[in-house]
Ligand binder design. Structure first.
Ligand code: F3S
Length: 390
């Protein structure tokens, strides 16, 4: 991979050990993926925030990086392992909380925006069409590639942090136009319901793996697109997709000769059945990916004027702190039925000590809950899940 004189100097350690380590990581990635050079980025988004997922090894790495380096572009953070203000109410132990705070402090020293969310694209870190960025978090990067039509590879946490520090990323993969074209046509038929888009994403992810699907027959809004992106990335490794009539540039795509796959209501029903492994949930968790303002309003309208049943399970509405601040009226309604939880989610929080069966409307969460949180799972629509609370 070609390096400029300045990049060579960073690699040789001339700008300090933190930047040297970041450059070493980018060069290693570039060599693995056969990149020709580094290209400047305008933003980054980092995963690897919850103490549950990165542990002491991850904390030590961040402390080391924070000693003498800082990010040089707008950089945001994925959810942490707890609500940074209400962790006690979530049943998080003081030991976990102390480690989690040290992780967030290290990111703050690196000058990363520590408002932890997996939907930073609705709260200010919103890449423009055509921009080159380095994003981790599979749901967010797929949204950025597909709905915003900016360009990112499927970064891991350390690669995205290295890119954020250097302000550049290796040029390969989805940074190249020829790798962004559809490779399979999905003829989809589903009801216009948020959970159905999530289950459609799950079915497609399993079917196509890492392909680039071109959807016909659906018109999801931004909330449908974000949950579909999350489910496809979790069940497969889809990092970009097109939706006819919806995503930018859909009309410019060459479809001739592509394989066609039909995925309809029957596949969606089967996906829901296969993801449901339990009953009688003791936690209902909504907001994977984090709830948008529109979703907060929709949930509040479904619950307004109703009463929580005495024996209802615990409920979490997971969102970003920014969206919570934007929605004071909705938050007040939702808080009568559960907790509006910020900075975290049902997957990266240590729920396994406190809950055994979690219900959610997100196929991505259903996919991860058994393995990462030792949970039995109930997969159902928003309306059906809220019915369990009344
Ligand atoms: Fe976000 Fe957690 Fe889901 S990070 S996409 S809410 S698993």
């Amino acid at each position: 991979m070609y390096l400029t004189k300045e990049e060579e100097e960073i690699l040789a350690g001339g700008k300090g050990p933190g930047r040297q380590r970041a450059m070493q990581l980018l060069v290693a990635l570039g060599q693995i993926y056969d990149a020709d050079r580094l290209v400047p980025i305008t933003s980054a988004h980092l995963s690897g925030v919850s103490y549950k997922t990165i542990g002491d090894g991850g904390l030590d790495f961040l402390l080391e990086m924070a000693q003498d380096s800082q990010v040089t572009v707008n950089t945001t953070l994925n959810p942490a392992g707890m609500d940074m203000e209400r962790w006690q109410e979530m049943g998080v132990s003081p030991t976990f909380a102390e480690k989690q705070k040290r992780i967030i402090d290290a990111y703050a020293r690196l000058k990363v925006n520590t408002n932890c969310t997996c939907t930073p694209y609705i709260t200010g870190n919103t890449p423009k069409e055509g921009e080159t960025v380095a994003w981790a978090e599979s749901s967010a990067l797929s949204y950025v590639n597909s709905v915003l039509n900016a360009r990112t590879n499927r970064e891991g946490g350390p690669g995205a942090l290295a890119a954020a520090i250097i302000g550049k990323t290796p040029r390969y993969g989805l940074h190249l136009e020829e790798n962004r074209r559809p490779t399979v046509i999905i003829e989809a038929e589903v009801d216009d319901e948020i959970t159905d888009y999530s289950l459609l994403g799950h079915a497609v992810g399993i079917k196509v793996g890492g392909a680039i699907p071109y959807f016909k027959g659906i018109r999801p809004d931004v909330n449908g697109l974000k949950t579909m992106a999350a489910a496809m990335a979790a069940a497969g490794s889809v990092a970009k997709f097109h939706v006819e009539g919806v995503t930018p540039g859909w009309g410019l795509q060459e479809l001739k000769g592509l394989e066609k796959v039909a995925i309809g209501r029957e596949e969606v029903r089967k996906a829901k059945d296969s993801l449901t492994t339990g009953k009688d949930p003791d936690l209902i968790a909504l907001g994977c990916p984090h709830l948008s303002q529109i979703e907060m309003k929709m949930l509040a309208s479904l619950l307004d004027g109703k009463r929580r049943a005495n024996d209802a399970p615990e409920v979490w509405f997971c969102t970003s702190r920014t969206v919570k601040t934007w929605c004071p009226k909705e938050t007040a309604i939702l808080e009568k039925f559960g907790k509006v939880v910020c900075d975290t989610c049902m997957i990266v929080a240590p729920i396994e000590g406190n809950h055994r069966c979690t219900a959610t409307n997100s196929a991505k969460a259903c996919n991860y809950l058994p393995g990462l949180c030792s949970q039995k799972v109930v997969c159902d629509s928003n309306a059906a899940l809220l019915e369990m609370v009344l």
